[in-house]
Design a protein around this ligand. Structure first.
Ligand code: SF4
Length: 379
């Protein structure tokens, strides 16, 4: 399908053509790493938010001067691309404490010459500290102060004004993207979903690196074109995918090629990223803080019970036969989540398989063997 090929093409590029057109049109691009950074603020400042990825990276020899082999390879490949100048299209970067390794990446970006000396003062560097206790007034107030400072820093550095109206408009546009993605995910509840898990990931990843108005247009064309498509008529088992920064559709394709179909996910570049809406009534900054702080959380948050309930809800509502979890090697957060999810799976009886991986696709032989055994065990 040309609509899906389009999203896949965008997902495979570090600097895709929609971003080039935006820059050529005089637009600015501000990068972020963790989804604790509210992209609506960047949009309300008239800029394009871009979530840092390294799909074209092939090694980390540059990054290895600042990181160790004990660091997760997502962070290492992003640092490597930065040092090689592959993000030179950025006008700024907003870091956050998504995890200790991400926080360290922000420190590296602050310490290392991100731009030519002459341009250093033209590069916007900010940081949003995100608390770890949701549903708590004090931590919500702290987080709100953090994003208010981000807003003010954006306005001062780029000499722009983020009015309430511009922010409300940005919130409406991103909510529209979320609504369209929910519509796509709802189609995957069907007995014969019109889209595979790999294809769905290409769509959600594209959401992080395109202007939202363009993304929404292309999403509407995709939803129309899907019609009564049956993406994997011969699939044997339906799976719920759970895990961290997976942004490569080919990784999911290896699993689906064994006869499974990923029908929903709680991934960092998937469901968890767009699931929750920003309330469009009332104070937009308050609503923004509440949405980002209380959304479907990741293991950095002290929020285990809500996450456990969300997994059960997703498995039930998308009628999944089992759970596939993925974790990047040396990721502490998802290491603990793996243990807890496995323990719950024993209680619920939901077949669960966890796979360790690196940021770049590899070890496909082992993945195939383990998934085949997992599917057989469910037979
Ligand atoms: S995979 Fe883990 S260690 Fe790497 S950035 Fe994500 S949370 Fe941090």
């Amino acid at each position: 399908m040309k609509e899906l090929d389009r999203f896949m093409e965008i997902t495979k590029a570090t600097y895709n053509d929609t971003m080039k057109q935006w820059k050529e049109g005089g637009g600015r691009i501000v990068g972020y790493f963790c989804t604790n950074v509210p992209e609506e603020l960047v949009m309300a400042a008239g800029m394009l938010p871009y979530r840092l990825r390294a799909p074209e990276s092939r090694d980390t020899s540059e990054a290895d001067r600042y990181t160790t082999y004990l660091n997760c390879t997502y962070c290492r490949h992003v640092v490597d691309d930065a040092l090689l100048g592959n993000y030179d299209f950025l006008d700024g970067f907003v870091g956050s404490n998504g995890c200790d390794q991400m926080r360290r990446v922000s420190d590296i970006f602050r310490a290392v010459q991100f731009k030519e000396p002459a341009e250093k003062d033209e590069f916007f560097l900010e940081y949003v500290g995100a608390p770890r206790v949701p549903m708590d007034e004090a931590s919500l107030a702290y987080y709100k102060d953090e994003i208010i400072r981000m807003k003010e820093q954006l306005e001062t550095f780029f000499e722009v004004e983020i009015t309430e109206e511009k922010l409300k408009e940005a919130i409406r546009e991103v909510n529209e993207s979320r609504r369209l993605l929910h519509e796509l995910y709802a189609l995957r509840k069907a007995e014969q979903p019109p889209i595979t898990g790999a294809e769905a990931l290409s769509v959600t990843v594209a959401y992080t690196c395109m202007p939202k108005d363009l993304f929404n247009q292309e999403m509407k064309s995709l939803l129309e074109a899907l019609g009564d498509r049956k993406a994997a008529p011969d699939h044997k088992k339906r799976l719920f995918l759970y895990g961290s920064e997976l942004d490569d559709p080919d990784w999911i394709k290896v699993i689906e090629d064994q006869g499974a179909l990923v029908v929903a996910d709680g991934s960092c570049f998937g469901g968890r990223m767009f699931w929750d809406y920003v309330d469009e009534s009332g104070d937009p900054m308050e609503a923004l803080a509440k949405r980002y702080h209380e959304r479907w959380s990741c293991p950095r948050m002290c929020d285990r019970v809500r996450r456990q309930d969300k997994i059960k809800e997703m498995v039930r509502d998308w009628n999944a036969d089992g759970i596939v979890g993925e974790r990047i090697v040396f990721c502490q957060l998802w290491g603990s989540e793996k243990v807890m999810t496995n323990l719950e799976a024993q209680d619920t009886g939901t077949p669960t398989l966890w796979l360790e991986r690196e940021y770049l696709l590899g070890g496909t032989g082992q993945i195939k063997t383990r998934v085949q055994a997992f599917l057989e065990s469910m037979e």
